[in-house]
Design a protein. Structure first.
Length: 512
């Protein structure tokens, strides 16, 4: 297949992404705000320190403190590259490399489809489907991991299909390392690479060793950094995330209570119920998000047709591992979008398999219904791409634009945080005062001010956190911990806090 279709689909995708990005002038949600904020600090030469605290799982002694104890650093570095090249200290400067990365994803899907079938029609369809990624269209224009992990997942599959001896397995290990540095669950891909190494025709254990070597080439510096700072390969808070009884435990001010014994104390009935809920939600996610509803049958047919392909087997082994991880080990993360994030890595292959499945059905129609293959492929293929495009526009409109395209709902979070910053200035709060708020990364992205997260608990917990960190102002929004509802509804009745007023459904207090 010539280079021209790859170039054409890349340029088309870039155009689509630029148009969509026009309605997203801010990161939009906490993950993207975190990576934007940290990218700013890296680009300014301030290192990897976090100027805020958004959870208390890993002990924090001062602000700024060592960063990336929960989320991994690659998306922030990508943001920093964009900021450094342009010299713009803006969201536009941070995200343009993310957009550029996402523009190559359909070309990767095309290359995978070509490798599976050697058919131009299948490859072109796979690329066209990837141009309109439905639910993922919302996230490819912001400073998050989606585009990066999609690109790496597609490259992983392409490397699996090569036959270049030791370089192949070292390369697979290196890609696994990059995926781990992008998302913590990227470690699961190491199992898929090991699977390929052990099923190779010769030197299986040497190939497995090469995979590990490639992985460590990328990850060893990060592990060394963690060892020096935290005394272990991974921060201590990582293991505490195993023992959450509910999602809001992520924000407890007493993470030492998150133990196996405490987790078991809720009872196995409750544990299995939460696993079941997460598992069902992730199945729905696989059908609606990864399969885009319309494409699910074609993806399944394509996967069945290529079930003997060891590269396909390895990737689906990783998919199963991620599904189990987000259903059993981290069910609350899975419910809150973790499986959507992790599942993005499989999309290039899934779009390629959708193209394979589509033309398998066309082949059936040619044999059984006397269809003319070329004509049927063009007509039904165009209709399928049109349906996916309409679904993408509908989803994007609902989640980003809303009722008025001049005031996209995507901007609400950033505008709210900016408004809080203005209100604090009017209250006489100086820029160096530490704030306690619901979303510290988003607040920092909008105002440049440091903050700590409101702990999950009651007034005693927030007073303890405020005292330990020296926070001066509490900002209590409509979205607040359940145990602070009484404080939010009757703000003047708490004697230990000085109530400053409530504007735009936000209550302000001065901490003792």
């Amino acid at each position: 297949m010539s280079w021209k279709p790859y170039l054409a689909v890349t340029l088309l995708t870039l155009l689509v992404l630029v148009i969509l990005a026009g309605f997203q002038a801010s990161p939009g949600y906490m993950d993207a705000e975190y990576y934007y904020s940290m990218g700013l600090r890296i680009a300014k030469g301030k290192g990897l320190g976090e100027p805020f605290v958004w959870n208390y799982l890993t002990p924090v002694e001062a602000i700024p403190h060592p960063g990336f104890t929960y989320w991994m650093p690659v998306p922030a570095f990508i943001s920093a590259v964009g900021l450094w090249i342009t010299g713009w200290e803006t969201f536009l400067g941070a995200r343009w490399v993310h957009v550029l990365i996402a523009a190559f994803i359909p070309a990767i899907a095309m290359r995978i489809a070509w490798g599976l079938t050697s058919k131009n029609s299948t490859a072109v369809l796979a690329g066209a489907l990837a141009v309109f990624p439905a639910f993922y269209s919302v996230f490819l224009g912001t400073t998050d991991s989606f585009g990066i992990i999609m690109l790496l997942g597609g490259i992983f599959f392409l490397v699996c299909k090569t036959d270049r001896g030791r370089e192949k397995f070292i390369g697979l290990g290196a890609i696994c390392g990059l995926m781990h540095l992008t998302r913590a669950d990227g470690l699961i891909w190491l199992a898929a690479a090991g699977y390929g190494a052990l099923l190779s025709n010769r030197k299986r254990y040497l190939n497995l060793l090469d995979v590990v070597v490639g992985y460590l080439i990328i990850m060893a510096p990060w592990f060394a950094r963690n060892t020096v700072i935290f005394g272990s390969l991974m921060p201590s808070g990582t293991s505490r995330a195993f023992w959450l009884q509910e999602y809001n435990d992520l924000f407890t001010y007493y993470p030492q209570t998150l133990t196996f014994e405490n987790w078991v104390s809720q009872g196995w009935t409750a544990i299995f119920e939460k696993i079941k809920t997460a598992g069902l939600a992730n199945i729905k996610n696989a059908l609606l998000v990864q399969g885009q509803v319309i494409l699910t049958p074609f993806m399944l047919i394509g996967a069945w047709k290529h079930r003997q392909d060891r590269a396909v087997q390895g990737v689906f082994l990783a998919w199963l591992g991620v599904f189990l991880l987000m259903s059993i080990v981290f069910p609350f993360a899975g419910l809150r979008g973790g499986f959507t994030h992790s599942g993005a890595a499989f999309q290039p292959l899934l779009w390629a398999l959708a193209g394979c499945g589509f033309y398998t059905i066309i082949g059936w129609g040619v044999k059984r219904r006397n269809w003319i293959q070329c004509k049927a492929g063009v007509i039904f293929g165009s209709a399928l791409v049109m349906l996916v495009a309409i679904a993408s526009i509908f989803i994007y409109h609902n989640r980003v634009i809303g009722e008025d395209f001049r005031q996209p709902i995507w901007e609400n979070a950033y505008q709210d945080a900016s408004g809080i910053g203005v209100a604090l200035e009017e209250l006489g709060s100086s820029a160096d005062e530490l704030i306690m708020i619901n979303n510290p990364p988003g607040f920092y992205a909008a105002t440049g001010r440091s903050a700590i997260v409101i702990p999950n608990g009651g007034v005693e917990d927030l007073l303890a956190a405020g005292s330990d960190f020296g926070a001066k102002i509490l900002v209590l929004e409509r979205n607040h911990p359940q145990n602070l509802t009484a404080l939010y509804n009757a703000p003047g009745e708490e004697d230990r806090l000085e109530y400053l007023g409530k504007w735009n459904h936000v209550a302000y207090f001065r901490l003792p």
